[in-house]
Design a protein. Structure first.
Length: 263
């Protein structure tokens, strides 16, 4: 039987999604909890590997098991064995050919920026604090240069193992909510550090260091060294993974982690 799970986690304490020889990956913690429910070893496959410090509201995984459990029992059982910073939102039986990664049609990430003179004690692990004023309109204009299918070599990590640098970005939004600037990107898939590198470029434009057209120049260069610094991992959250309706995967819930500014 193949089972899919919707997972949320705070990535602060983890060395990323993948199981680690040194350090703890979210995958290891989840597999250990599922093994206790199944009374058998369990290996999970995720929709998108997140880096150390990155969070998820809507990660999707699948696993196979001969254990007989209802979806409700899988969800409640695994949560009773997970630490407080990892949680299963739902469980569902899926077809044997469903694959959490390869069946997905798009992924959505959100990057949260706190833009004010004072740092935050409450959101230090969820947002990148930038004290310089940012012009979100300039950031929006820069982001428009990245829409569509391109070679995103200039926005991939040096150690990225993807077979091709070509990805298609369906949508990038930049919105301001008081002191919060929110960048959201939806694509068929992302390269390692791709969203963080994009945000780094957008922030340089928003701060006035570069013109909006510079984002397109970085893209065309296919040279990572042209793009400046990557945004820190802790501001990034996986907020949605989309599948064909036939897969039977619950739609991602609306984002719940956006802190509202004080009036």
């Amino acid at each position: 039987m193949r089972i899919a799970l919707g997972i949320e986690y705070d990535g602060t304490a983890y060395n990323g999604w993948q199981r680690q020889r040194n350090g703890t990956g979210v995958q290891s913690v989840l597999e250990q909890a599922l093994a206790r429910v199944a009374d058998l070893p369990v290996e999970v496959v995720c929709a998108g590997r997140t880096d150390a410090g990155v969070h998820a509201e809507a990660q999707v995984v699948h696993f196979d098991s001969t254990a007989t459990r209802t979806p409700r029992s899988w969800a409640l059982g695994v949560n009773s064995n997970l630490p407080p910073d990892v949680n299963a939102l739902w469980a569902a039986f899926v077809a044997g050919d469903f694959h959490a990664r390869y069946s997905a049609t798009s992924r959505t990430y959100r990057y949260l920026i706190l833009n004010r003179p004072a740092r935050s004690a409450l959101h230090r692990d969820r947002a990148w604090w930038i004290h310089r004023p940012l012009d979100e309109a300039r950031m929006r204009a820069a982001a428009a240069h990245l829409l569509g299918e391109h070679d995103f070599s200039a926005f991939r990590a040096a150690g990225c193992q993807a077979l091709t640098p070509h990805r298609e970005i369906f949508e990038i939004t930049v919105e301001r909510h008081g002191v919060w600037v929110v960048v959201s990107a939806r694509a068929n898939a992302f390269l390692q550090h791709m969203v963080r590198n994009i945000v780094g470029v957008l922030v340089s434009v928003g701060a006035g260091d570069e013109k909006p057209a510079w984002a397109g120049q970085v893209l065309e260069s296919r040279d990572r060294t042209r793009g400046g610094v990557a945004a820190p991992a802790h501001g990034l959250t996986l907020t949605g993974v989309e599948y064909p309706a036939s897969a039977g995967i619950p739609a991602s819930a609306p984002s719940t982690l956006l802190p509202l500014p004080r009036p």
